[in-house]
Design a protein around this ligand. Structure first.
Ligand SMILES: [Zn+2]
Length: 247
């Protein structure tokens, strides 16, 4: 398995006249990161965006309502506020660093326990709660079972998509494999003058990841919002390694 990169890299094709990103050329790691957003629990998304101002809608109020409830008085004894507010991170194929950017926990420490009833009961029930009562023999299901995790594929490169391909990510987060024809058609469709085109390599770290997550919920110009909004206060840390016209 390849060593995970600390930062994701995107090569932006920018229309300098229209001040917008046409598309970004990027690799497997970045696409894995984007696709991983879909597997995040809503509570994780809210807690990440709460630090940013102006979270859309009312979900943050739901979240805060749970935070403000007294656990001892109002929450069922078999639950905690944390089960709702900090749900277990979704399973992460390959545990590469970019995918973990948006997860609460840096590594899965949560070991799931299961319980069964007496040895001589033929019913095949298991429970997550050692106080549960077996429907077959009515005894308490207090016998601890060991959970066996499925074998990780050693040959795979981890993540979701295959690594040999270069991918295109559009400003509205449409993701496709890179194709020369589609990028040319695109320049025509967007009516971009070739002289106005500029390439720029940018990094995506935790700050940009959260901005991207926020923009993805409320904007159709996500890459432009995250990487070109220098003028609007919060300046993204952009590392400009190359800038020039295409030809
Ligand atoms: Zn039983």
């Amino acid at each position: 398995m390849a060593q995970p990169k600390a930062l994701l890299t995107l090569k932006l094709l920018i229309d300098t006249k229209g001040k917008r990103v046409i598309f970004a050329e990027t690799d497997k790691d970045c696409v894995d990161f984007l696709f991983h957003i879909l597997s995040l629990p809503v509570a994780t998304v809210i807690s990440l965006l709460k630090k940013q101002q102006g979270i859309m809608g009312s979900l943050a109020n739901l979240y805060e309502s749970i935070e403000n409830l007294n656990e001892t008085y109002y929450i069922q004894p078999n639950h905690t506020k944390a089960t709702l507010l900090k749900p277990t991170p979704p399973p992460n194929p390959g545990y590469s660093a970019p995918l973990m950017l948006l997860n609460h926990a840096p590594a899965p420490t949560h070991q799931k326990m299961f319980y069964k009833c007496r040895y001589n009961c033929s019913a095949s029930y298991v429970s997550e709660d050692p106080k549960a009562v077996c429907p077959g023999c009515s005894s308490t299901m207090s016998r601890n079972m060991s959970y066996v995790a499925p074998q990780q594929e050693g040959s795979g490169e981890g993540g979701y998509v295959k690594g040999v391909v270069t991918y295109m990510v559009f400003d509205d987060l449409v993701v496709t494999p890179l194709s020369v024809t589609s990028s040319l058609t695109l320049l025509n469709r967007f009516n971009v003058e070739e002289s106005a085109l500029e390439e720029k390599v940018v990094n995506l770290g935790m700050d940009q990841a959260i901005k991207l997550l926020k923009a993805s919920l409320q904007s159709k110009t996500v890459l432009t919002d995250v990487f070109l909004e220098d003028a609007v206060g919060c300046k993204p840390k952009v590392e400009e390694t190359y800038a020039g016209s295409l030809d």
